[in-house]
Unconditional design. Sequence first.
Length: 318
Amino acid sequence: MIRRPPRSTPLYSSAASDVYKRQAYKVCFKQKVLTMKFISYKHNSEPKFGIIDNNLITDLTGKISGADTLKDLIFKNGISEAKTYASANPGNLSVDDIEYLPLIPNPGKIICVGLNYSEHVKETNRTVEENPVIFHRFPESQTAHMQPIQRPIASDNLDFEGEMAVIMGEAGKHVKPEDALKHIVGYSCYNESTIRDWQRHTRQFGMGKNFEKTGSFGPHMVLAEDIKDYKELTLETRLNGEVMQNAKLSQLIFDIPILISYVSKAMAWRAGDVLVTGTPGGVGFKRNPPVFMKPGDKVEIEVTQIGVLSNTIKDEIV
């Protein structure tokens, strides 16, 4: 609460103005602490993680319970302490001096969901399944914000898939849907880029989803506590500035609590695990004519209240 200056201070004097400014700054500062964004990055060839605010980074590597990665910080329940540390140690490293890494470079697992928006089900001539369509990515398939997505030598069928990613805490197994949201640490953007012809080699999606440097993850994590209702968020994919996909998270067929609970019946959710929640309609290979990403293209995935994930496309070089 901003308090009025003392009665002895003229309301419109410079002293009163200074009082209001100082108190307003404190209020704004507290609000900033609550909306800090966590990133993973490389500086001087060393992998690090920290909090970014106004394009300045507070390095958290080794500062909170000895955590050397964002995944480790989550495991050690260090998010609150990290926010306190960053509020007392404002960033002094410019974003221009770092190289982004995938938000969680080393997740134990990346669980992806297929056919989770009705328009995407319709455009692929599929039907809504009784259970979620689950497949997996490997960490080696990832790339980062402002880093190239790689079109492989093996195929030119590189397609975009804008999605929202969920970063999990140490939830364990057999999570009830009604308890699922409390195990989410934060949200981010994901471009689950796919090699379409390889995806269709068999009924299993795996090969088309795991080419190196195709799954872009970032730019940062916004804490779940700072998102009032994820269902109000909008997801948009743009290719060279043209909107290709647009949907509300409220349109998910299998909602996030259902997905978390379903997966937990088979395997435990561990700190830093990633759930990639599905892509809307508008994918490139179902357009007429098909649209595939090519070298020089710029693709952006935006989720409102979270941020914009941006990548260019480059060919694989052996």
